[in-house]
Each structure stands twice: as structure tokens, then as C-alpha cells.
Design a protein around this ligand. Structure first.
Ligand code: NAD
Length: 248
């Protein structure tokens, strides 16, 4: 029996990086996975890999900024698998601009994807979790949601809001056995951070207390714990997976 046997989980941004890793790990642990992404070509590679490994998953093209597409994803999940137990709001983008360089269009784009996309997902999935008798909502924030980061103001603002939103939702829906937690990865080696790794050793010496980077599986195992009943008494919490970046 897997750690997620019997559970139905939606994971956004699952074509790449941490989302893809979470989708594969969840399926390995027995979940029925609904993996979504705007990049459906890459997404189908992930679905094929899960199926070849004996797992159960469907892939849906999905832009998290669209309310209509969210409704479709949730309806498809219920039609296909009967319920939703877990939502991992993972899709996200970063922006390398400082405050004064940034155009407001860019601010709005980051807010739309990294914050509003998660809000819409929560709004439409909570009634399904109430019907199912509970659930686990996992919002992928960042250490940028906990501490300041130069050149990332819209990103950190969105990730900080996601952290506090998770706590409010935990307070609102605990009575329905819906748990809401945020995850705060440090620097993790994915396509999003590819440029960061050009001078890898210098970077991790500055930003982790450990002599290596995090990989997507390091985060996926934390997300798996929050999705499973092993974390049944955990809600409104922040799971920091950052190699000690914020320990100083
Ligand atoms: N990599 C890191 O170091 C790091 C650190 C802290 C937090 N995070 C957060 O973790 C999450 C995953 O990051 P990653 O590094 O795996 O990123 P990634 O770029 O490797 O993957 C992100 C995925 O999201 C998808 N996506 C982008 N915009 C979308 C949209 N509008 N709708 C649906 N899907 C969309 C992309 O197609 C891609 O498949 C993000 O929320 C990111 O902010 C990453």
C-alpha cells in the first residue's frame, strides 16, 4: 500500500521541475494524479512516464490564470476519479527585475500566475473537498515568501501573500477537515533556476549551509508528506526546504 493510496491529487505546473517530480512520486505512492500545465507536449511525456511505471494519471492543458479552465480541470477530475483530495498549487514563474526597472504589466503577470492562479484553484476545489469530507491544499511558496530577495519584488510579494492566504484558509476550513499548508523551497535545480547554476559552487556556498543544491525530489518528498494522512494534524504551517538558507 502506497502513502497516497485512494487519494486523488491535482498538481499544477506538472510538466517540468518540481511539479513533474511530485506527479511521478504521488503516482508511485498510489495516488490518482491529475497533472496540469500550459505546456501540454512536455506534460504528456510526464504522463507517459507515469503510466509506463504502472501509475494512474491524466494530463490536462491548463493555464492557472483562467477561471474557466480551473472549473474544467476540477470537473474533469471529479468526472474521471469521483473526487478531489489534494491540490498542489505548484505552477509559478519568476521575474528578475528590481522595483524601479519593473513594468506594471510584469507585476500583474507575476501576481496573476503566482498568486491569483492559486486563489482561483482554492476557491473552486474547496467545495469539492467539503463534499469529500476533507482534503489537503498545498501552496508552493518560496523562501521569498519569508525573507526579502533582491530583484524579485513581485515574486516575493506573491509568495508572501500565498503564505498568509494559506493560514487564513487553514483557519476558515479546518472545521471541514481541509488542511492548508505552504511549502518554502530554497534554491532548487530546475529549469526555472537554470541560469543560477552557471557558477554553481559559489552560489550554494552563499545560499545554503549544506555543500550541495536541492533537487526537485527534495521538495517532492515534503509535499508528499503534506498530501498524506501522515500530516493529519498539520495545518496553517510553513514547510521550509531550503538547505538552511534562512537559518542564519
Ligand atoms: N526552483 C526553485 O529554486 C524554486 C524555489 C522556490 C520556489 N519555487 C516555486 O516552485 C514552483 C515550481 O518551480 P520550478 O522551479 O519547478 O519551475 P519550472 O519552471 O521548472 O516549472 C514550472 C511549470 O509551471 C508551468 N507554468 C508556468 N506558467 C503557467 C501557467 N500560467 N499555468 C499553468 N502552468 C504554468 C510551466 O510550463 C512549467 O512546467 C513555482 O511556484 C516556483 O515559484 C521554485
Amino acid at each position: 500500500m502506497g502513502r497516497l493510496t485512494g487519494k486523488v491529487a491535482i498538481i499544477t505546473g506538472a510538466a517540468n521541475g518540481m511539479g513533474a517530480s511530485e506527479a511521478k512520486l504521488f503516482a508511485k505512492e498510489g495516488a490518482k494524479v491529475v497533472a496540469t500545465d500550459i505546456n501540454d507536449n512536455l506534460l504528456h511525456e510526464v504522463i507517459n512516464e507515469i503510466k509506463a511505471d504502472g501509475g494512474e494519471a491524466i494530463g490536462l492543458k491548463h493555464n492557472v490564470t483562467s477561471e474557466e479552465e480551473w472549473k474544467h480541470v476540477i470537473q474533469e477530475t471529479v468526472d474521471h476519479y469521483g473526487k478531489v483530495d489534494v491540490l498542489v498549487n505548484n505552477a509559478g514563474v519568476s521575474s528578475p527585475k528590481t522595483m524601479a526597472q519593473m513594468e506594471m504589466d510584469e507585476w500583474n503577470k507575476i501576481m496573476d500566475i503566482d498568486l491569483n492562479g492559486c486563489v482561483i484553484g482554492m476557491k473552486y476545489v474547496i467545495p469539492e473537498m467539503q463534499k469529500a469530507g476533507g482534503g489537503s491544499l498545498i501552496n508552493i511558496s518560496s523562501i521569498g515568501g519569508l525573507v526579502g530577495m533582491a530583484g524579485s519584488s513581485p515574486y516575493t510579494a506573491a509568495k508572501g501573500a500565498l503564505r498568509s492566504l494559506s493560514k487564513s484558509a487553514a483557519v476558515e476550513y479546518g472545521k471541514d477537515k481541509i488542511r492548508v499548508n505552504s511549502v518554502h523551497p530554497g534554491i532548487i535545480e530546475t529549469p526555472m533556476t537554470a541560469d543560477t547554476f552557471k557558477d554553481a559552487e559559489a552560489y550554494y556556498k552563499t545560499f545554503t549551509q549544506l555543500p550541495y543544491f536541492g533537487n526537485p525530489e527534495d521538495v517532492a518528498y515534503g509535499v508528499l508528506f503534506l498530501a498524506s494522512d501522515e500530516s493529519r494534524f498539520m495545518t496553517g504551517s510553513e514547510l521550509v526546504i531550503d538547505g538552511g538558507w534562512t537559518a542564519l
